[in-house]
Design a protein around this ligand. Structure first.
Ligand SMILES: [Zn+2]
Length: 139
């Protein structure tokens, strides 16, 4: 049986010399767990933990992890750490925009009240209006 991810020597973005990869995935070099250089590549969450963001750059590699319990394979995008930029700090205007967006999620489309909980996206109604609509439909 042919191996699913054979070792392939390929040119990569994070090194001048060709590196051993596990083939290609979505047009990017595929790496297995433990063979990505930790000082050069990082996932989005790893960048965040370092206070960095991808800075609009696309991922340069994909890493895969096999879960033995479920037999599924997960893929993670890897970004170049050297092209990442610091996370932009929160400004008063950003906090305001965030508060407005969260308020809009709490307002019922029917009665327009702030119900202090996020109304369901399926109906955009608060529970009171939803129940009222249900009883009139049933009657
Ligand atoms: Zn309502």
């Amino acid at each position: 049986m042919a191996r699913r991810f054979p070792w392939v020597l390929a040119a990569v973005a994070w090194s001048d010399a060709p590196q051993f990869t596990r083939g290609m995935h979505d047009g990017l070099p595929l790496l297995s767990y433990g063979c990505a250089p930790r000082d050069k590549l990082a996932t989005f969450r790893q960048l965040r933990a370092m206070g960095l963001r991808p800075n609009g750059n696309d991922p340069v590699a994909v890493m895969y992890v096999r879960h033995n319990g479920s037999g599924k394979t997960s893929f993670a995008s890897l970004y170049l750490i050297e092209t990442a930029a610091p996370v932009r700090p929160m400004t008063p205007a950003k906090w305001t925009a965030l508060a407005k967006a969260n308020l809009a999620r709490r307002i019922c489309a029917e009665c327009g009240h702030d119900r202090l909980y996020v109304v369901p996206t399926s109906t955009r109604q608060c529970w009171t209006c939803f129940e009222a609509a249900e009883t009139t439909e049933a009657a």
